[in-house]
Design a protein around this ligand. Structure first.
Ligand SMILES: [Mg+2]
Length: 297
């Protein structure tokens, strides 16, 4: 076991904590889904029913699962429906959709009321204040849209490239609306038009103050649920912020390969409540689902 992150089955009070849980917030890519973002493959690409079986078991028990992902609402609407769930949180916590998409809520973080023009989405407002142009002018050839995943978004922009975060933020801080550039880690896009960039990072350009943590807190409040009635599962350092909004944060085993995630776990161990599954990807997800079902039985 790397460092001091306990495995789920090593938590002495696991059953009590899971018995209280009424809702699970789950990341999608690298967590529920295996290689190639496939529900029916493990991390190596071999066929497996683990994730699908776990989803069916939770559905059968009537336990609530809400996807919380960086993907856009259009994508999550389909995934949510395929899995038999109702609600989801898209675009890093900025778009919440309920009843299979019938109700939509945007979260623009620290933006003041009226920051968006009538009928304008926060995504369009970020373009209007010149955030993209400012970054491209300051870092020519070093940052661009993460084509084709940049389309159909309502609040956040997905970019790729390699820019110094602090310098980029200094540029953004001159804009009339608070916008933050978030580094989402190293990616390997099949093609790009960046110039002289060897290590490509994915970036999210978001209204300052948003995140999965804020979205979950707001969602729990709307449902009338307390923090310790919620659990979350993910695979990346960015997912760890969910730990501050739920009673128990679980990391699938493959997430521990990421040094940024391990560092993030160490920072949060005092606060308590992060554990890892022994299996990876959807098989790890199934371990949490089965522990939850056993605790609720
Ligand atoms: Mg992930």
């Amino acid at each position: 076991m790397p460092e001091s992150i306990p495995f789920l089955d090593e938590l002495p009070d696991l059953s009590e904590r899971l018995a209280r849980a009424k809702i699970l917030y789950t990341d999608l890519d690298g967590t529920l889904l295996g290689r190639g973002a496939c529900l029916l493959k493990d991390g190596e690409g071999a066929p497996t029913l683990d994730a699908a079986t776990a989803a069916v078991e939770l559905n059968r028990a009537g336990l609530k699962v809400v996807i919380c992902s960086g993907r856009n609402a259009k994508q999550l609407m389909e995934v949510t429906r395929l899995l038999g769930w109702d609600d989801f949180i898209a675009e890093l916590g900025t778009v919440r959709r309920y009843r299979e998409g019938a109700r939509r809520v945007y979260d623009a973080g620290d933006w003041p009321d009226g920051a968006c023009l009538p009928g304008e989405t926060p995504y369009e407002a970020i373009v209007r204040v010149g955030a993209l142009d400012a970054l491209r002018e300051r870092f020519p050839g070093l940052i661009e849209y993460h084509d084709p995943w940049h389309l159909d978004r309502e609040v956040t922009h997905v970019l790729r490239g390699n820019v110094p975060l602090l310098a980029a933020q200094t540029v953004l801080d001159t804009l009339p609306l608070p916008v933050t550039l978030v580094d989402n880690g190293i990616i390997h896009p099949p093609k790009h038009t960046l110039v002289g960039v060897t290590e490509v990072h994915a970036y999210h350009l978001v209204p300052t103050g948003v995140g999965k943590q804020h979205a979950i807190r707001t969602d729990l409040a709307e449902r009338g649920l307390a923090r310790d009635e919620a659990i979350a599962i993910g695979d990346s350092a960015a997912d760890l912020e969910m730990a501050d909004a739920v009673g128990l944060m679980v990391v699938v085993r493959n997430g521990l390969d990421d040094p940024m995630l391990r560092a993030g776990c160490r920072e949060r161990t005092e606060v308590g409540g992060i554990a890892a599954t022994r299996a990876t990807f959807g098989s790890g997800w199934r371990q949490l689902a089965e522990a939850w079902l056993a605790a609720r039985a």
